[in-house]
Design a protein around this ligand. Structure first.
Ligand code: ATP
Ligand code: MG
Length: 217
């Protein structure tokens, strides 16, 4: 939906949700590209507290994931971090997060939630997906290496969650095959993560001895 101009005076905010365990360059590149393509005023990163779908494995402590996101976005004046999920105890559901953010920023705020193609495939299984869509101006989807768009699959998504494709806005961004899972694996195996995360994040991971022990198979 390029060329769709936000109404004057309406606050248009892009949201990048994630575990950010750790944050990496693909997250940052996608956020900047979406912000530019959709002419958004700002991009807010929302690190998950206890991610509902990742309860079965240990993540780095919230304070470390949050610290790494904060240092990663610091040099971009359009980027900021919301603590809305990390400050809540228990699992945080996106639908509640969106309601809280609208309460905080005003009901008329246009929210653009950004997800990679892998997350779009899961989206219909999220908690109250139809209500999530209601809260959003757009669900912004970006391609991710390894996850291919396919017409039959799109139709299946639409059957599982009517109205989904109507809300989706696909944005083309440079595709990088970087994932936090792969970065954690690399750290365990003593392989480099340099250039895949901001230098400050790499230094933080080293000085805090994060991800050095295997926690997943
Ligand atoms: P993990 O491997 O732990 O799941 P991740 O790299 O997928 O980590 P998340 O924190 O799960 O990172 O991702 C947050 C959001 O960023 C998700 O919507 C995900 O689809 C998107 N994303 C992550 N990496 C990429 C990438 N390389 N390209 C496009 N989108 C991405
Ligand atoms: Mg992921």
């Amino acid at each position: 939906q390029k060329g769709e101009q936000p109404k004057v005076g309406t606050r248009s905010v892009g949201l990048m949700g994630g575990t950010f365990d750790p944050i990496h360059l693909a997250h940052l590149i996608v956020a900047e590209e979406v912000r530019y393509a959709l002419n958004l005023n700002e991009m807010v990163f929302v690190p998950a507290g206890e991610p509902p779908h990742k309860m079965n494995r240990t993540t780095a402590p919230v304070k470390d994931r949050l610290a790494m996101v904060e240092m990663a976005v610091a040099s971009n004046p359009h980027f900021s971090v919301s603590r809305v999920e990390v400050d809540r105890s228990g699992p945080s559901y996106l639908v509640d997060t969106l309601r809280l953010l609208k309460k905080q920023w005003g009901q008329e705020t246009d929210l653009y939630f950004v997800i990679g193609w892998d997350s779009l495939e899961d989206f219909p299984t999220w908690y109250k997906p139809a209500e999530i869509l209601e809260q959003l101006k757009r669900l912004v989807v970006v391609h991710r290496p390894g996850y291919q768009e396919d017409e039959a699959y799109n139709q299946q998504l639409e059957t599982r969650l009517p109205g989904l494709l109507q809300k989706v806005c696909l944005v083309a961004a440079p595709q990088l095959d970087i994932s936090s899972t792969n970065l954690r694996q690399r750290i365990v195996e003593n392989r480099p993560i340099k250039y895949q995360v901001p230098a400050e994040v790499e230094a933080y991971i080293q000085s805090h001895h994060l991800y050095q022990h295997r926690t997943e198979s």
